[in-house]
Design a protein. Structure first.
Length: 665
């Protein structure tokens, strides 16, 4: 969660004073190492769980403060967005029974949050990115009102010069602009910790980096954002693009990113990572509680808190991050795995943790010094490939061999993880229970990401995009409560979302976004042909920057075609040699709405202005279209679900395709 009493870094004397404190804390780490003060055992593990709260319409619900007040438990804390909650499990000894203990602890705490959310008419969804999140949920109204979050938003906004642009290409392509850091808040994760010692740190950290790609490929659970099918683990791309500014570095100069995999193996000490980060990055946040002299604390045989170093470290987002902490009065070092997504179930998350813990426990014995067997750049490339492709990735492994994800996981990593857990005293039944989940998931090729994409494909052509996204969220919540591992999940089915009216409250929840458009200089014949081919009645006109400049309706086209004899168009066809441009017949000031327009307001606008469609614009740019046929379809579906819940969708049309709501009868 990070140090809370902070302010934006800024510049001047406060910045310099805080930098001095960070350097002093770093000297304290060196002193603790030199004096042998760090805890050397027994080994502990830990975990942090992030959850998304949703309302009865499966939309993100800004309830975290109310739910935390009812929980009244310091284990549960806020996150950046008001629709997220995090809980931090107490450290547990890495010994037989720890995985079962972890699984039970996750289930119990999630159940507590769920019970309160359900009492409010909502739910909890455990996934890397909740499918129903959209731009409406990314405004500053949804930032949790804490000084740390406001300061972080201000600092990163300043770092990026106010520009939050995301571009991700997968099966689909996403280009989005948002006005705050809340785009990062759509990511929820399951973070696990491994306690280590100064002498073991370098080898343990390198092992965690080397195995990151293959482990991630088996755990992907975030393939959809804003209805777009992107990376198997889209969180990786989002977080990096939101926190790091666009590239304004001079040509020929390397630029290190604050969110990153890393640059090189660690050779000796954790100090290498802290020094590299301090040397490269400005202080985004300044800790306001600065009354500790860490070296004096060490002299007094008290563990220093090192608040300044921890505040700085919380704003440098390595996917595998070094951490300092204090447990039972002893300072310790640990390695934090930050790349695992939340979900799909506590069983899956415990299995993911078992794979990582097992490899951390058994990897050094099996493989020796990783630096001698794998190039760091290959480890980095493996990580990116896993985020993009999941189990479809191929990895460059030891001795330069190319290994498919499935083969590497089942033939090498799982046996090493089994041996590692066995060496720590775990019995075979516990090992089989959790690593068996990974083995069966990989064999079935069904991660959470694959289940999501297969469910989307199965529903396409039978529903609107909004219905599909709500169905995904509902199905995730329902299956998670059974704690059935994701490889055994049946695909999501339309109707699981309950057909809530809340799913149609705003235009952006059901508007058609796959649009056929023309330019104002295009030939009118082209518009007529598009209407005929695609069976649509409205064609928006946009400029090269995708700004709406007009609209051609079927009614307007007929009116022009049936115009007076001296019109350039007669008898329904252009006269020989006449090339009429769209600008001559389009409506230049069509009535519009935004994605956030309430549905009732859109209906009233269409009635008032006697129009049958509204182009949907955001900041002047065309993003969708909604028609009177859409409203008729919504009403029909709600009635069908109320009175004949098993009636299939009769039209069999995909509303995202070609202005489907504009379908001619």
């Amino acid at each position: 969660m990070g140090v809370q009493e902070v302010q934006a870094g800024g510049s001047g004397e406060a910045q310099r004073a805080f930098t001095r404190r960070v350097l002093r804390d770093l000297a304290a780490i060196e002193a603790l190492e030199a004096r042998g003060c760090f805890d050397r055992g027994p080994r502990r593990i830990g975990a942090e769980q992030e959850l998304t709260l949703v309302d009865g319409a499966w939309q993100p619900a800004p309830w975290n403060e109310d739910i935390l007040a009812e929980l009244d438990d310091p284990e549960f804390v806020t996150e950046l967005a008001r629709y997220n909650i995090e809980f931090n499990l107490p450290p547990m000894l890495f010994q037989a029974g720890a995985l079962t203990e972890l699984h039970t602890a996750l289930r119990q705490r999630i159940a507590r949050v769920r019970a309160i959310a359900q009492a409010r008419g909502g739910e909890v969804v455990i996934t890397g990115i909740v499918p129903t999140v959209d731009s409406n949920h990314l405004t500053l109204d949804n930032i949790t009102p804490r000084d740390r979050y406001y300061a972080l938003n201000d600092a990163i906004t300043s770092l990026r010069h106010g520009d939050f642009r995301v571009r991700i290409k997968g099966v689909d392509q996403l280009e989005a602009n948002v006005d705050s850091i809340l785009m990062e808040a759509i990511n929820t994760s399951f973070q696990v910790h491994w306690q280590t010692t100064p002498g073991e740190f370098a080898a343990d950290y390198n092992l965690a980096m080397a195995t990151a790609g293959p482990i991630l490929s088996a755990c992907c659970n975030s393939p959809v954002l804003f209805g777009k099918r992107l990376w198997r683990e889209t969180r990786i791309a989002i977080f990096q693009q939101i926190v790091d500014p666009g590239s304004d570095t001079p040509t020929g100069r390397d630029r290190t990113q604050r969110v990153r995999f890393g640059e090189a193996w660690v050779n000796e000490s954790v100090l290498e990572l802290f020094r590299a980060d301090i040397a490269r990055f400005r202080m985004l946040l300044i800790d306001l509680v600065g009354d500790e002299d860490p070296l004096a604390e060490i002299e007094a045989d008290r563990p220093p808190k090192l608040r300044a170093l921890q505040a700085f470290n919380s704003t440098v987002y390595r996917w595998v991050r070094p951490c300092y902490g204090i447990t039972d009065g002893r300072p310790h070092l640990r390695i934090e795995n930050r790349y695992l997504p939340a979900g799909p179930t506590p069983a899956d998350e415990t299995a993911n943790a078992a794979l990582w813990f097992g490899l951390m426990a058994g990897g050094r014995e099996a493989w020796g010094d990783i630096r001698e067997r794998l190039d760091f750049d290959d480890a980095h490339a493996n990580f990116v490939s896993a985020a993009r492709e999941g189990l479809g990735a191929h990895f460059r492994w030891f001795c330069g061999k190319d290994r498919p994800a499935e083969t590497l996981l089942r033939e090498e990593l799982l046996p090493v993880a089994r041996a590692g857990l066995a060496s720590a005293g775990f019995d075979s039944s516990e090992i089989d229970r959790y690593l068996g989940v990974i083995d069966e998931r990989v064999a079935a090729s069904q991660t959470g990401a694959q289940w999501t994409l297969a469910s989307v494909a199965n529903m396409k052509g039978k529903s609107t995009r909004g219905e599909r996204l709500r169905t995904l969220a509902a199905a995730m919540a329902t299956r998670e409560q059974m704690d059935l591992p994701v490889h055994a999940w049946p695909l999501a089915r339309l109707g699981e979302e309950g057909g809530s009216v809340g799913g149609y409250e705003r235009v952006g929840q059901y508007m058609s976004t796959d649009l056929f458009t023309v330019a104002e200089d295009d030939l009118v014949d082209l518009v007529a042909s598009i209407m005929d081919w695609e069976r649509i009645r409205h064609v928006p006109v946009e400029d090269a920057d995708h700004c709406l400049v007009g609209l051609v309706s079927y009614r307007r086209l007929i009116r022009v075609l049936a115009g007076p004899p001296d019109s350039p168009i007669t008898n329904g066809r252009p006269e020989s040699g006449t090339l009429v441009p769209v600008r001559d017949i389009m409506e230049r000031t069509p009535h519009t709405c935004t994605p956030d327009t309430p549905t009732i307001d859109a209906i009233r606008a269409m009635e008032t202005h006697r129009v049958s469609c509204l182009p949907v614009v955001r900041d002047g740019k065309l993003v969708g279209i909604v028609t009177e046929h859409d409203f008729a379809q919504i009403a029909r579906k709600l009635l069908e679900r109320e009175f004949c819940s098993d009636t299939p969708n009769a039209d069999g049309l995909d509303a995202d395709s070609v202005q489907q709501g504009d379908q001619a009868k």
